[in-house]
Design a binder for this molecule. Sequence first.
Ligand code: ATP
Length: 468
Amino acid sequence: MSTPMEVTLQNPPDPDMSDQNAVASASASAPSPPPPPPPPRLPPVLADDRVSVSVEACLKPSSTARIDDVRSAIERMLEKRSLSYIDGPIPVPLDDPFLAENVERIRICDTDEWVQNHEILLFWQVKPVVHVFQLSEEGPCEDVSGDGQLPSFNEWMLPAKEFDGMWESLIYESGLKQRLLRYAASALLFTERGIDPFLVSWNRIILLHGPPGTGKTSLCKALAQKLSIRFNSRYPQSQLVEVNAHSLFSKWFSESGKLVAKLFQKIQEMVEEENNLVFVLIDEVESLAAARKAALSGSEPSDSIRVVNALLTQMDKLKSSPNVIILTTSNITTAIDIAFVDRADIKAYVGPPTLQARYEILRSCMQELVKKGILSNFQDSDHLVVPNFASTKENLNMPEMQETQTKFHLCKQLLEAAEACEGMSGRSLRKLPFLTHAALSNPYNCDPSRFLCKMVDTARGELSELPD
Ligand SMILES: Nc1ncnc2c1ncn2[C@@H]1O[C@H](COP(=O)(O)OP(=O)(O)OP(=O)(O)O)[C@@H](O)[C@H]1O
């Protein structure tokens, strides 16, 4: 979506503004006492243009406040404060009884799109876009076919409690998440504006492919959750239907035809309600290709080819509805049915985590273990805040950083652990701290340094068991 050009005279940089509630302390002040401080490095914005930054506010489960009222209250709060904008939580103001009663948390999101190299967005450069939402606690609703087999689909009301925090926990480099978010936003906008598909062609099918355990399914779910929050003014209701393609085909093929019909009839009903935004997630689409191939080679009943074709036809029908996004995943690209690959507009490869991503995944694991008291005995403070990858890299190049500093030593160890995990999937990395803990001779009162040593050993052990 485009960022409107706006003159930001109502919020010019004000030297006297105090920065009481800043996420990170940064000064927007004009230099007065000599020597003047170096001017802050500005993100790539024009002087008369502000960048749109999303601010997400989650309502308490008990709240019955109107979303519009909460949004206005948060906008007023943000106008009053000279925040610097970096990703992360902002405290709910306790001096505002309305917000304190209704809002569980407020979070600034996606500023990394605009800032690089530790630059900071200051309040006058930002146009906050506030999204208020309440999590659904309903849980998944399964297809009850009653034959004791795997359900062929699950359905969630979004945003769902189960997917809360999933987007933030997935770590990729190269802006993959932002790319997906922008793609989906553009697709919804084009449909909404009724762009003529004969003149400009696009669709709402996304295919994520790559090795197992790289977070493809999670990323699809997290994307659906994000979009349900970001588009809730236009679509007050969102649903996610997770189709288990594998289970569709593991049943007798005569059954499969009925299942596909039943499933899409249900989806069609959801889609007919124009205030609904519907996400259809088809995991492991390669099983469709396999079924078609087997049918062609004669080893499966020709019913199967009809089922695959029925599925593709149904998908084509859905494409004409503006309020559907089809998300698909596959562990292999080569074997995916060509008809399927052709249908997807965005095909993103989701690979194994890079060194930076591995470091950040392990860092988030360490923070969680410290927060919950599994790791302790940290000498410097009660709270262990391990610097991020960029700071660690910088620190390692600074001679004044002494080897004896505990934090510096930990960063180095964490980096070594991340290096030792080369070749591991995101899924294995997230399990590694658990396996490490289980392997400790004295798992109580474990200090982070000893834990990281053990983690390197455990990682080597795990990697040696991987097939070539
Ligand atoms: N890049 C990543 N960053 C953080 N966590 C990750 C990452 N990749 C995977 N994970 C972790 O691995 C778990 C499993 O991921 P998920 O099942 O979504 O992967 P997948 O690629 O769909 O795997 P499969 O193809 O085997 O089904 C996620 O819940 C997440 O905790």
